[in-house]
Design a binder for this molecule. Structure first.
Ligand code: ZN
Length: 457
C-alpha cells in the first residue's frame, strides 16, 4: 500500500469515543480487521447499551416478530412499536475510559457496540453536511431511537422510533451474515430516517412514484458517502483503481474490486427509459438516480485531479476519446498507475474533496425538496440550483450531462406495475405515525433479494 498522508476522518478525535467498525471495503474474500473510528460523543458520556440521549441499543430475548401493524381483536389494528418491554441480553459496557473498542468481536456485545457506532458515526457525518443537529421524524413520541436486534429476520428496517436489525444465511455460500456487523446496511437505514424527517412521510400526501426510487437512492448515497469516511475504504478504493474511477464506473467494474453492496449498486447503467412502461421494485428504479449521482461524483473527482495537476488534460481527453474502445484499459490504466504513484496523497485529497462536495450538495438538495412535488426532474433541477449557490455553477455541465444521459429531466418513469406488497421498502407501516395517518411502509425487500438484484444488474 502506498504512503497516503492525509487523515480522512474529520470527526473530532479529542474527547470523542472510540469504536471498532467493519467498513467492508475493499473485500472480496478475506475477513477484514475492523477499523477504529471516533464518534462525537464525549468519552465517558455513553451509557451501557451503548446509549446516549439520541439512541440506545438493546438485544431483546424472545422477541418473535418485527414492529409494525398487526391485526388485533374484532377487526382492529394493533400498532406494535417501541419500547421493547421484555428481557434483553447483557449490554455492551464501555472500558474505564468510556470507549467501546475493547470488546471481543465474537460476542453479542461487540455487535451491539458495532450497531451503535455505525449509526452514530453516520449521524456525525451527516450533521456536518447539514451543519446542524438531525432530528427524528418521530420525536413528538420518542426522544431516542431504539436500535434492536431480531436475528433471523432477513432484513433491517428503519421504522417509527426504531431500527430493527436482522441477519440472513446466504443460500449460495451458507455464510451467516449478521446485519449488526454491516456498516452498509445500518448506515443505509439511518439514511431512510434522515429522509423521512427532512422530506416527509409518504401516505400523508399524494406522492409521485419516483419518490420511492428517490428514497432508496438517498439511503444508498448516505451509506456510500459515509463509507468513504473510513481510511481503509478510501485507500482501498484508490489502491485498487489507482484513481481511475472513470473507467471503473463506465465499465461497471466495481464488482471486481469490492463486494460492497452500495458501490455495486451505484455503478450501474440503468436509465429512466428502462422504466418508461412502469416499475415494480423501487430498488431498481432507485438505481437510475444513484447512478446519475455517482457518475457526477466520479466526474467531479476527475475534475479535481485535473485542477490539482495530478492528471493531465491530455489524459482526460484521451480517456474521453477512447470510451468504448476495446484498448481503453490497456492504454489508459498504465497512465493512471503512473500518475497515482507520483502522489497518492493528492489523489486521496481529491477524492475527499469530491466526497464532501456531494455530501454538502445532497444535504442542501434534501433541505429544499418538498414531498408534494418531488420527482427525479425536481431533484435534477434542485441540484443545479444548489451547485449554483455552492460553486457558482462550476459543475453544472457535469450535472446536466449525467442527469440527461439517464433520461432524467427528459422523461418520467411509468406507473408502479404492481401494488406495493410486503416486499416494498419505503412503503412500510413501520414509518406510520401512531395517529394511523398513513398506510406507508411495510417490511422492506429482504436483503438477500436486494443483494441478488444488485449482482444481476
Ligand atoms: Zn432501503
Amino acid at each position: 500500500m502506498g504512503p497516503v498522508r492525509v487523515s480522512y476522518v474529520e470527526t473530532e478525535h479529542k474527547g470523542g469515543t472510540r469504536f471498532k467498525l467493519y467498513p467492508q471495503l475493499p473485500s472480496l474474500d478475506q475477513q477484514h480487521e475492523p477499523e477504529t473510528v471516533w464518534v462525537s460523543s464525549p468519552a465517558g458520556s455513553l451509557m451501557p447499551g451503548p446509549a446516549d440521549h439520541r439512541m440506545y441499543v438493546i438485544d431483546p430475548v424472545g422477541k418473535e416478530k418485527a414492529y409494525g401493524y398487526y391485526p388485533g381483536p374484532a377487526g382492529s389494528t394493533f400498532h406494535y412499536r417501541p419500547p421493547w418491554p421484555g428481557t434483553i441480553l447483557e449490554m455492551a459496557y464501555p472500558d474505564p475510559d468510556g470507549h467501546f473498542d475493547h470488546l471481543d468481536v465474537d460476542t453479542f456485545q461487540f455487535q451491539q457496540a458495532h450497531a451503535f457506532g455505525s449509526i452514530r458515526f453516520t449521524m456525525d457525518i451527516w450533521e456536518r453536511y447539514f451543519e446542524r443537529p438531525l432530528e427524528w421524524h418521530f420525536q413528538d413520541y420518542y426522544d431516542q431511537l431504539e436500535i434492536l436486534f431480531l436475528r433471523g429476520l432477513d432484513n433491517a428496517f428503519a421504522g417509527f422510533g426504531s431500527i430493527e436489525i436482522g441477519s440472513y444465511t446466504s443460500k449460495k455460500t451458507g455464510d451467516f451474515v449478521e446485519f449488526g456487523l454491516s456498516f452498509d446496511i445500518l448506515s443505509h437505514e439511518l439514511g431512510h430516517l434522515i429522509i423521512y424527517k427532512e422530506i416527509g412521510l409518504p401516505g400523508t400526501v399524494e406522492v409521485d412514484g419516483e419518490y420511492f426510487g428517490f428514497h432508496e437512492s438517498a439511503a444508498d448515497m448516505v451509506a456510500l458517502i459515509s463509507l468513504l469516511h473510513f481510511d481503509s475504504a478510501t485507500v482501498g478504493l484508490l489502491e485498487n483503481s489507482r484513481g481511475n474511477l472513470y473507467s471503473y464506473n463506465r465499465l461497471n467494474r466495481f464488482g471486481e474490486v469490492s463486494d460492497n453492496y452500495q458501490l455495486r449498486s451505484a455503478a450501474n447503467d440503468k436509465t429512466l427509459y428502462d422504466f418508461a412502461d412502469g416499475w415494480t421494485y423501487e430498488h431498481n428504479l432507485s438505481q437510475v438516480m444513484t447512478g446519475a449521482l455517482f457518475d457526477t461524483w466520479v466526474d467531479i473527482f476527475h475534475e479535481n485531479l485535473l485542477d490539482a495537476g495530478l492528471i493531465s488534460q491530455s489524459l482526460e481527453d484521451l480517456s474521453d476519446r477512447m470510451e468504448g474502445d476495446p484498448d481503453y484499459e490497456a492504454v489508459i490504466q498504465p497512465l493512471f498507475d503512473e500518475a497515482y504513484a507520483e502522489n497518492p496523497g493528492g489523489f486521496a485529497d481529491a477524492l475527499i474533496a469530491s466526497r464532501d462536495y456531494m455530501g454538502f450538495a445532497l444535504a442542501a438538495i434534501w433541505e429544499r425538496l418538498t414531498i408534494e412535488t418531488l420527482d427525479y426532474a425536481d431533484v435534477y433541477e434542485t441540484f443545479i440550483e444548489v451547485d449554483q449557490d455552492m460553486t457558482r455553477g462550476r459543475y453544472s455541465r457535469i450535472i446536466h450531462t449525467n442527469m440527461r444521459r439517464r433520461g432524467i429531466g427528459i422523461i418520467k418513469a411509468g406507473p408502479r406495475l404492481t401494488p406495493p406488497d410486503e416486499k416494498s421498502h419505503a412503503f412500510s407501516d413501520r414509518t406510520a405515525t401512531p395517529m394511523g395517518a398513513c398506510d406507508c411502509c411495510r417490511p422492506g425487500l429482504p436483503y438477500s433479494i436486494r443483494r441478488e438484484l444488485a449482482r444481476n444488474s
